[in-house]
Write a protein that binds this ligand. Structure first.
Ligand SMILES: Nc1ncnc2c1ncn2[C@@H]1O[C@H](COP(=O)(O)OP(=O)(O)O)[C@@H](O)[C@H]1O
Ligand SMILES: [Mg+2]
Length: 480
């Protein structure tokens, strides 16, 4: 009988020791070593005290006196608290029981600050603010964190968030820098789906009339409408590998203009196929034979350049105001857009005869004229090419094109040929996944790039939209 009681008592002591470590199971891997040592000392002390009381219950008074003395002494030597029963266990429990308190995440999981310990540099003061929202159905957890301590920098937070991925049970994270010393950390259980990975399908009826300035052509990564303003824009470059979605993207950029009486669109299709056949009837000029008949294309381009220069000189939209965009596009004085798809066919001299080289020179000069002078005259050139190098787009022309779309490209050279140098950390057109057709990187006025995706409107739909708009224009004309 005696033996049985003894065994039970020993079991109780061992069991207690084990239990003390249980709430640790989840987090010890991320605790700093000294904290772990202190916790172990506390657990051993707790077990010893309890063991003593189990075997000698009469010692309770003596124990209580010793504890009181330890507590008093710990005011001077804080480490002595670790010898009190349950002390550290209770301290830790506060944070561990509710594993998703902001303090728990910040201090234990991310190790952003040492634990609540007086012996640390921070003297137990929490001079940070944190708010935490645990994983919701979308598999995203949010930690908002602000801290003015000098060592807590962007890099530091970045590193800690990365180190804490395992502890957070997250696959990936994203950090938003809200203001100096203030961050919003996103943790995702699984890699979040990029909203641009789903095609954005449109039908003819989704399209709004052109307002004389903007076209909405797709979505940004934030899920907002991606828009292009033609106002004060005289050059647009669109580059990307064959099949990236350049011509399809240009459908969205041009259809509203083709359907509007406020714009006049000339189309040169260097590929010579049927890509732009849908727009033939609505275009003011349509040429899909540039490659074979360079003299005609040259003449047409020079003609357009000539008209642009005349508009600039005589500004027919106003006697007094030389800037087209001040009064804006109207049916009487439409905005002029010249689209040249696969523009290398009129610019590249590789393998050309001497006569053709002279024609190419004239084409370049005509286009350069529109790009350089067209802005205040309401003229603009849109150049599309699968080969965005200096051979395909003369640099003096490209440099004057302020709006640039880089669809998927495979080399850094090609990316820079379209966009120029890209700031570190910004989206790059080489990173656009191949299946994301119509995915593009655009450069904003601040020099930073942004990921977008063109919506997709099949050419049959585009043709339908033009037919109904032509009909509407005719009806409107009859009613006037
Ligand atoms: N934004 C888009 N969304 C979905 N599919 C697209 C998109 N743009 C293009 N595609 C698909 O890719 C094909 C090739 O596009 P296209 O514009 O002809 O390429 P490029 O002119 O760059 O050679 C299209 O026929 C279409 O099937
Ligand atoms: Mg094309």
């Amino acid at each position: 009988m005696e033996i049985l009681t003894l065994i039970l008592k020993i079991a109780a002591v061992v069991g207690l020791f084990t239990l003390l470590f249980l709430p640790l199971a989840k987090v010890t891997a991320w605790d700093d070593d000294s904290w772990y040592v202190r916790y172990t000392v506390s657990a051993v002390a707790t077990t010893a005290w309890l063991g003593l009381l189990i075997f000698f219950p009469g010692a309770i008074i003596t124990c209580a006196v010793v504890w009181a003395i330890l507590l008093l002494c710990s005011l001077r030597v804080p480490a002595l608290r670790n010898l009190l029963p349950f002390w550290r266990w209770l301290l830790a429990l506060r944070h561990r029981i509710k594993g998703d308190s902001p303090e728990f995440i910040v201090e234990r999981v991310l190790g952003l600050r040492p634990i609540e310990d007086a012996p640390t540099d921070f003297k137990g003061v929490r001079d940070y603010l944190a708010a935490y929202r645990s994983y919701d159905d979308s598999g995203e957890a949010l930690l908002e964190f602000s801290c003015g301590i000098s060592g807590v920098t962007d890099d530091f937070v970045e590193k800690k968030a990365k180190d804490g991925l395992g502890a957070m049970g997250a696959e990936t994270y994203k950090i938003e820098h809200l203001s100096p010393g203030h961050w919003l950390l996103h943790f995702y259980k699984t890699e979040p789906k990029n909203p641009l990975d789903d095609p954005i399908e449109l039908t003819a009826s989704d399209l709004a009339d052109w307002d004389g300035k903007y076209v909405t052509y797709g979505l940004t990564e934030a899920g907002e409408p991606a828009r292009l303003s033609y106002a004060q824009t005289s050059g647009i470059v669109v580059g990307g590998v064959p099949g990236a979605g350049k011509s399809a993207g240009a459908t969205l950029l041009t259809l509203p203009l083709l359907a509007s009486p406020k714009a006049s669109v000339a189309i040169f299709d260097g590929k010579g196929g049927m890509d732009w056949a849908w727009a033939e009837k609505a275009a003011s000029l349509y040429n899909n034979d540039c490659d074979l008949d360079l003299p005609t294309a040259t003449e047409q381009l020079e003609n357009l350049a000539q008209r642009c220069v005349e508009d600039l000189k005589s500004h027919p939209w106003s006697d007094a105001d030389p800037d087209f965009w001040h009064s804006g596009a109207s049916a009487l004085h439409p905005f002029h857009l010249v689209v040249i798809d696969e523009c290398q066919t009129v610019f590249d001299i590789t393998g050309r005869s001497k006569e053709d080289k002279a024609l190419v020179e004239r084409c370049k000069r005509a286009v350069a004229t529109i790009v350089r002078k067209g802005r205040s005259a309401g003229w603009c050139v849109m150049l599309l090419t699968q080969k965005p190098t200096a051979d395909s787009i003369p640099t003096n022309i490209r440099d004057n094109c302020v709006v640039r779309f880089a669809l998927r490209v495979t080399t850094r050279e090609a990316a820079e040929a379209v966009l120029g140098s890209i700031p570190e950390g910004d989206p790059k057109p080489t990173e656009i996944p191949a299946p994301r057709r119509g995915g593009a990187v655009v450069q904003g006025e601040d020099g930073h790039t942004q990921s977008v995706r063109f919506a997709y409107l099949p050419v049959t739909e585009a043709a339908k939209a033009l037919e109904s708009s032509t009909l509407e224009t005719v009806v409107a004309g009859l009613e006037e």
